[in-house]
Write a protein that binds this ligand. Sequence first.
Ligand code: ADP
Length: 496
Amino acid sequence: MTLAFDEPRIQEVVGALSRKMLINGEWVDAASGKTFDSINPATEEVLASVAHGEAEDADRAVRAAREAFEEGSPWRKMPHGQRGKVLHKLGDLILEHLEEFALLESLDNGKPYAVAKAADVPLAADLFHYMSGWTTKIEGNTIPVSAWDPDAYLAFTLREPTGVAAQIIPWNFPLLMAAWKVGPALAAGCTVVLKPAEQTPLSALLLGELAMRAGVPAGVFNIVTGFGDAGAALASHPDVDKVAFTGSTEVGREIVKAAAGNLKKVTLELGGKSPNVVYADADVDKAIAGSAHAIFFNQGECCVAGSRLYVEESIYDQVVEGVAEQARTIQVGNGLDPNTTMGPLVSQEQFDRVTGYIGSGKDDGAGVIGGDRVGDRGYFVAPTILTGTKEDMKAVQEEIFGPVVAAAPFNAEKDILPVANNTNYGLGAGVFTRDISKAFRTARRLRAGTVWVNTWNVFDATLPFGGYKESGWGREMGHAVFNNYMETKTVITDLS
Ligand code: ADP
């Protein structure tokens, strides 16, 4: 196997990174002096040793972010147009470092280098470019009063940044999740403490370095590398105004409780168990390719993975066989091998979890296509289809977060909608059909924050993203995201 990068180049890129945390514009060790290892999931070897931030470090970072948010600080005085230029520059710098970012994502998360290069990194850059335009376009309103003499009062609204934002992110799209969080917060004029996932801290550190280079003032963007306890310290910190979290629904509930002390604003982007409804009148080739992509993209480590595949009976066998055929063409391997189209799962824990669910599906009577470990080193699992699944199976009800789809047939449109919505989650959903009325009828009835029609996994900086039900609170991206990072102040003046 020839990898796209040789060892000296890997060492050069990983070694060029500061392994320290970014607090108040400086790269610092953890207060305790401790470090932790980030593991390469393809080799199970230590990739880098990173500062182990804990509550004391979280507190230091929050204090820096608070000071940077004070009236009269360089950030608060920076003209909005200049703030936009800084964010645009950061987008440019991400693209200039496309190769390094894609390499770090592949090494740290496992995903194929080519995927990170084509998707994660350009989308992160695009997010900053898009958000940079908003700094000069967020406006309040002038509002005529209704119960009073219209000439007696002048009322208008001001939009103001919420303050210090703590942002806690997962490991599946390390750079892109950082961009989704940091981009809008900075565009709104907030200051930030970011806590990357312990499995994948490296690309966030490079982002921090580039943010400084782009002209983000000291203390505006801080990074605390560490585990859940560091995240919990941020979520409960009395001087944090807002917490934004992406991760498991279980931890989401903890965040809500932790945030209750000072009632900080909370937005959550949590788990999913997205239904994919394929009608018999679909373009079958497109439905097969879309359904395979829906579940196998990014090793299935996507909160919106199309993990429940419902196919109208007359084409069920054909679609399942087609998805199985696509699964057989997937090359599972080291993300740096140019032939690889699916990397390893991120960690031993995730490997155990995913294989556990495959086992439970089998025990509950589902058919299993794939399902095996690949190789004996690294956390590789074959793309897997559980067939003929029943609604009460654990593998159908719970989020697996791996390349495992549960497939079942259905009879008619009226039958499938209650089944598709039979989940506590509501993040993504999809429908494949050539009938546009049926497509939109289905899209309206699916209780999910994003519905894809004849496609899957299309994300864009302009499009709001978030969940119904237990998949979260609030929307990220698009201009909807500014509700998360801005307050609205109403000013009423007596004109007499
Ligand atoms: P996953 O289960 O996919 O690993 P988690 O929800 O456990 O996702 O983790 C997502 C992020 O939340 C990570 O950055 C992790 O360190 C952080 N985290 C874990 N537990 C807590 C907690 N109790 N409070 C705040 N953050 C946490």
